[in-house]
Design a protein around this ligand. Structure first.
Ligand SMILES: [Zn+2]
Length: 282
């Protein structure tokens, strides 16, 4: 299979040929940056960990060259950062026992440019070979442009597939802005209580980001714990870690449905809940 950029790479931790490795995929996450998969898509990694009937494939769309840097990475050029981040993503793929780790290597500008069809083409090709049942990507209310662009490209790529070849479910997960604001009925809550050590290891390999000045490892574990506890005010905690997602499945079942109008419905339900409570308790 031929991806658009010569610098794109399909890394297979257990050494199978790329197409074979991808073909076993059941769960796939498509993310903007190196470390996003581990922050938002842990449910998929967990579902497939130590299983031989389920396999997780991670797809990272950008090259990560523009990330902030500090500590031992302070003087790294963009090119050196790109190399480091690619290496870190492969470490995570080994730790998490991924079926395959795809690095599409686009500059973020190329992904944010809606008229550039190449990222959609690549994601589409990967979906055709991997045929995942479940796909995780960024949620459409995220506040990072590249994240939202990747989610839109992923939706477009899925919509381009014949209906029978589309994944069964598509989830938009939280990173830059959590999804605690959604009304409870809208929340998809993934129980990520298990293997906290694995979660810590997967987040910890991204040293260039963490020493780069952002404690994504602590923040992500903290968010999972906070989600678990604050999910229900009148019952005891049922999980010790929860990741919230926005169900985007309707957008791939109905290819003409507007993404913008769909997200607006979530926002409207939130607004209605707040105003109803204030009205009731006046
Ligand atoms: Zn990101």
């Amino acid at each position: 299979m031929k991806l658009n950029l010569d610098s794109a790479e399909i890394f297979v931790p257990d050494g199978l040929l790329a197409e074979q490795a991808l073909a076993r995929t059941t769960h796939m996450a498509v993310a903007a940056h190196q470390d996003d998969l581990e922050i938002m898509g842990f449910d998929g990694i967990l579902q497939c960990f130590q299983r031989d009937d389920r396999w997780f494939t991670g797809v990272v769309v950008t090259n990560g060259s523009g990330s902030p840097r500090d500590d031992v990475y302070r003087d790294y050029t963009d090119q050196a950062m790109r190399v480091v981040r690619r290496k870190e993503q492969k470490k995570a793929a080994v730790v998490g026992e991924y079926a395959a780790q795809v690095l599409l290597d686009y500059p973020s500008g190329a992904v944010k440019d809606g008229s550039n069809g190449k990222p959609v083409q690549d994601i589409g090709l990967l979906l055709q070979v991997a045929r995942p049942e479940v796909v995780y990507t960024h949620n459409l209310a995220d506040k990072h442009d590249t994240h939202v662009a990747v989610a839109l490209r992923t939706i477009e790529a899925i919509r381009n597939l014949p209906a029978a070849e589309r994944p069964r479910r598509l989830y938009g997960c939280e990173i830059w802005r959590d999804l605690d604001w959604m009304v409870d009925a809208d929340k998809v809550a993934f129980d990520c209580s298990a293997h906290e050590n694995l979660q810590a290891a997967l987040l910890g390999v991204f040293d260039s980001q963490i020493c780069g000045g952002k404690r994504y490892d602590l923040a992500t574990m903290g968010r999972r714990r906070a989600n678990a506890t604050y999910h229900a005010s009148h019952s005891v905690d049922v999980t010790t870690g929860t990741i919230f997602a926005m169900d985007l499945t309707l957008l791939i079942q109905d290819p003409v449905r507007s993404c913008q109008a769909y997200v607006q419905e979530f926002i409207d339900r939130f607004a209605q809940e707040v105003s109803e409570r204030l009205h009731r308790l006046r």
